[in-house]
Ligand binder design. Structure first.
Ligand SMILES: [Zn+2]
Length: 362
């Protein structure tokens, strides 16, 4: 009990992972999602966006910011390369990344009634959005290692935000507000996609990432504080590196190592209620987190060492050199990392497709 209290207190200023992004960019997932949709969904998404959408963007956002408890100055991503969004699919593409640009940051305490933010990135700045982009389901007696977290209660609003924005999007679409329905639908898909990233569904994906040697630090009274700080540093390093790896691969499009695994499979059938989807995806992420952690340790193990503190720009990862490193060239290690990532991305894609179909058709 004493240990738990100590670590909890230290976490008030720390948090095990200090990044608040899940997938560095969500847009690259859209082509794979579209492939899973029905012809009728695609027909709807090919409709033109009304010309009055762009000029009223800020005003309408501010109204939504009040009803959905968003930051009033959240940035909405700009649109297609020529500055105009032409179709529903293009709008959905930009909407998928909107939530990482300020709408969930620097919110008043009323937005966080459970007090989750201190454990999930802090109260201000970019990391303060973490509590709406992650969900740690709570420690479970039946899976004590896979669900280890501090505090032991469930933390984070991500499933609730997916549900709130998903339901609102469907209402807008059904009342004929095509453009704003899609924009808000993209936000809902963003939260669900975040949960498909195991670092967003577990506080410590694999206990091997914890630098236990910090417990030996001096003086003894500070050992637990050092353990928390060192664990935060280590897990943040792996989180950053993983995001960059996935982003780098997805940006390669058809040459991506994930291309084959994300294409050609049948669309899923099932319960598409956004709250159900979000929890289902989070549960799945918890199940594969240890596997991902182990694969990352095998290719990125050195990130546990003190010379790397990527959250504080220390020991910046030279990504090109990293990809050429002998550990990365080991095909067995690389295959393990790709396999587990494929599972995570497939969940992001399948659940997004189910959500979009549900909002457009039901
Ligand atoms: Zn996010």
């Amino acid at each position: 009990m004493f240990i738990t209290t100590l670590i909890s207190q230290a976490l008030l200023v720390s948090g095990f992972s200090e990044t608040a992004g899940a997938w560095e960019n969500h847009q690259p997932l859209l082509p794979y999602i579209l492939e899973k949709l029905s012809d009728s969904d695609l027909k709807i998404l090919s409709r033109k966006i009304p010309t009055e959408f762009e000029p009223s963007l800020r005003k309408r956002y501010e109204t939504l910011a009040t009803s959905l408890q968003l930051h009033p100055h959240g940035k909405l991503l700009s649109t297609a390369p020529d500055g105009k969004i032409a179709t529903g699919a293009q709008l959905l593409a930009v909407a998928l990344d909107d939530p990482d640009y300020g709408m969930d940051q620097d919110l008043p305490p009323t937005a966080d009634p459970e007090g989750d933010r201190p454990f999930m990135g802090g109260l201000t700045g970019f990391r303060s959005q973490g509590f709406r982009h992650m969900f740690f389901g709570g420690w479970k007696f039946s899976h004590p290692i896979a669900t280890f977290q501090i505090p032991t209660r469930a933390l984070g609003q991500s499933p609730d935000r997916a549900a709130l924005t998903g339901q609102h999007a469907r209402e807008l679409l059904h009342t004929g507000d095509f453009a704003w329905g899609l924009r808000v639908l993209g936000w809902s898909a963003h939260y669900i996609q975040d949960l498909a990233q195991p670092f967003h569904a577990t506080q410590i994906p694999n206990l091997r990432m914890v630098p236990w040697s910090a417990l030996l630090s001096w003086p003894p009274g500070k050992a637990f504080g050092n353990l928390v700080a060192e664990t935060t540093r280590s897990i943040t390093n792996f989180h950053y590196a993983y995001e960059r790896y996935v982003d780098h691969e997805l940006a390669r499009g058809m040459s991506s190592r994930f291309y084959t695994c994300l294409t050609g499979t049948k669309p899923l059938q099932g319960n598409a209620n956004p709250l159900f989807l979000a929890h289902d995806v989070a549960d799945h992420s918890t199940k594969i987190a240890s596997e991902l952690g182990s694969a990352l340790m095998s290719v990125y193990g050195k990130l546990k060492q003190p010379e790397f503190d990527l959250g504080n720009k220390k020991g910046d990862l030279d990504f090109d050199r990293y990809l050429e490193a002998p550990e990365m060239q080991n095909s067995k290690n690389r295959s393990r990392l790709d396999e587990v990532t494929c599972k995570a991305l497939n969940h992001a894609v399948d659940s997004s497709a189910l959500l979009i179909h549900w909002a457009l058709q039901s």
